[in-house]
Design a binder for this molecule. Structure first.
Ligand SMILES: N[C@H](CCC[C@H](N)C(=O)O)C(=O)O
Length: 269
């Protein structure tokens, strides 16, 4: 079966988007997701995105990490799908309902309120998620935020000096995080600007992470280090995050359609 796809990215965090709203697709096994996502032997992407019909929203967006695992949220993909859809939409995800509005060259995304309870992240045992008494090597005193998916946030003097390729997987897979975790290392440059690098659960180092930018901005606001809105500068570019305690999160930034193609379903088992 020939399957059309759209290759997209948000600040270099890239996606293969399959539209199952009009074309029925067989179930996606982990191995097939990993094969399609593989940059050497497959099409290559950080996440595989599948659009489906929805009872509760305009459509549903399923998100699969490069390792084949299905997850709850993907901020950059939400903006990419918004421009693909071409008009305002409510999108159902496993992490909640999103409202997206495409604009010139990008989109803004309204997401559910963040959650901070230790068992909402989730963590394996109770602790204060605003100042967690844990550390790994030079990374300590983190915060944890769930923005549909789980994030841990460390503030450091200079993000470029952190060996995230080594510490990222160690923290991602630590038993403290029963669902694993996305690892954010951030430098607060001013009350209006944060620099961020992310080791993503199930995808590794990416050029940008939309939910990571949201989680990091919110944690910095909770610690009174930045104001809202704040600009988050990732290796791939900048996002603007707005949030007030007790309200939903708004993320605004670019998204791009790279190219369209098709593949033979049975080529990726
Ligand atoms: N790795 C993330 C999913 C993708 C998030 C990232 N690509 C974004 O833009 O939010 C997770 O396992 O929760």
């Amino acid at each position: 079966m020939r399957v059309p796809f759209t290759k997209m990215h948000g600040l270099g965090n890239d996606f293969v988007v399959l539209d199952a709203r009009t074309q029925e697709l067989p179930a996606l096994e982990r191995s097939r997701v990993a094969a399609i996502s593989d940059r050497q032997t497959g099409i290559g992407c950080d996440q595989l995105i599948v659009l489906e019909p929805s009872e509760d929203a305009d459509f549903r967006m399923r998100i699969y990490n490069q390792d084949g695992g299905e997850v709850e949220a993907c901020g950059n993909a939400s903006r990419a799908v918004a421009i693909l859809h071409g008009s305002d939409a409510r999108i159902e995800t496993a992490g909640g309902i999103l409202s997206v509005s495409p604009a010139a060259g990008g989109a803004s995304v309204q997401m559910d309120e963040p959650r901070f309870g230790w068992n909402d992240i989730p963590l394996a045992y109770a602790m204060d998620t605003l100042a967690m008494p844990v550390g790994w090597d030079m990374l300590d005193d983190p915060g944890a935020v769930n923005v549909g998916n789980p994030h841990v946030v460390f503030f450091v003097d200079n993000t470029d000096t952190i060996p995230l390729d080594r510490l990222g997987p160690e923290i991602e897979n630590d038993p403290l995080f029963p669902n694993r975790v996305n690892v954010n290392v951030a430098t607060v440059e001013s009350r209006k600007r944060i620099r961020l690098r992310v080791w993503e659960r199930g995808a590794g180092l990416t050029r940008a992470c939309g939910t990571g930018a949201c989680a990091t901005a919110i944690h910095a606001m909770r610690r009174k280090l930045v104001d809202s809105p704040v600009t988050v500068a990732l290796p791939g570019g900048e996002l603007v995050i707005e949030w007030r305690e007790g309200t939903s999160i708004r993320m605004t930034g670019p998204a791009t359609e790279s190219f369209r193609g098709s593949f033979e379903w049975d080529d990726y088992a």
